[in-house]
Write a protein that binds this ligand. Structure first.
Ligand code: AP5
Length: 220
């Protein structure tokens, strides 16, 4: 799981993690934006909350995420859940299904950096690539088609920050055993290396555990 305030760099780091570890990226925000785009009833309701920077009601979000987690590609390749859970109720809803992460990353970034990241973010609708006008400049030939998210204004970002600050402690209560805090104020590459180091160590230790389990089973 990967968590953090708005524009902390969750989506940016998920791209890197997916490339290296082959997990399926499930972003609650992307799932919601797809519903909004499709004009479904869930999407219409979600848009009212997203436009104000508030959390979308659980009756929309929880089943949507549970449904995605149950799909075969996710079951086969493993999941990387981004932006969910954002409240104690959401954490409880997946714990009931026995869903607990191996690692929970919390990316920490000072508020003033976050506002700068929000207002400078642009997305390429053709490739889905996320850029920043200063920190990750887009290629010149894509500039005309880039879009800005409707909730990426300073005012809405402040509302999203407040929502995050009000909920994060209750979510962390569920994940203290696997919590890893990452200094997200570093550049994109340095944040990525810090995350990859943790995941490499986790992979090595789980392969070692598996090796020991197999050795014990064959000697029994
Ligand atoms: P969501 O889409 O999840 O938005 P968010 O949490 O506010 O996070 P962002 O997508 O804004 O940022 P990010 O951390 O992915 O940063 P990024 O990598 O793009 O949710 C949107 C809305 O949907 C919510 O407000 C809510 O209404 C609803 N919602 C979502 N989940 C929900 C849930 N579980 N329950 C209820 N409602 C829910 O990076 C940002 C920018 O910074 C980019 O331009 C990037 O290039 C740049 N950047 C990244 N890393 C760095 C770095 N290290 N240094 C400099 N620049 C950087």
């Amino acid at each position: 799981m990967i968590s953090g305030p708005p524009a902390a760099g969750k989506g940016t780091q998920c791209e890197r993690i997916v490339e290296k570890f082959g997990l399926i990226h499930i972003s609650a925000g992307d799932l919601l934006r797809a519903e909004v785009e499709a004009g479904t009833a869930a999407g219409k309701l979600a848009a009212e909350y997203m436009n104000k920077g508030q959390l979308v009601p659980n009756k929309v979000v929880v089943d949507m995420v549970k449904h995605r987690l149950a799909q075969p590609d996710v079951q086969d390749q493993g999941w990387l859940l981004d932006g969910y859970p954002r409240s104690a109720d959401q954490a409880a809803a997946i714990l009931e299904e026995g869903i607990h992460p191996d690692v929970f990353f919390l990316i920490q970034v000072p508020d003033e950096d976050l506002i700068e990241r929000v207002v400078g973010r642009r997305m390429d609708p053709e490739t889905g690539q996320i850029y920043h006008l200063t920190f990750k400049p887009p290629p010149k030939d894509t500039l005309k088609r880039l879009i800005q998210r409707s909730d990426d204004t300073e005012e809405k970002a402040k509302a999203r920050l407040e929502v995050h600050a009000g909920n994060v402690a209750s979510v962390l209560d569920y994940y203290q055993d696997v919590l890893v805090e990452i200094d997200g104020s570093q550049d994109i590459g340095a944040v990525g290396s810090a995350i990859e180091d943790v995941l490499d160590t986790f992979q090595e230790s789980s392969s070692l555990d598996e090796f020991q389990r197999q050795a014990e089973a064959s000697s029994a």
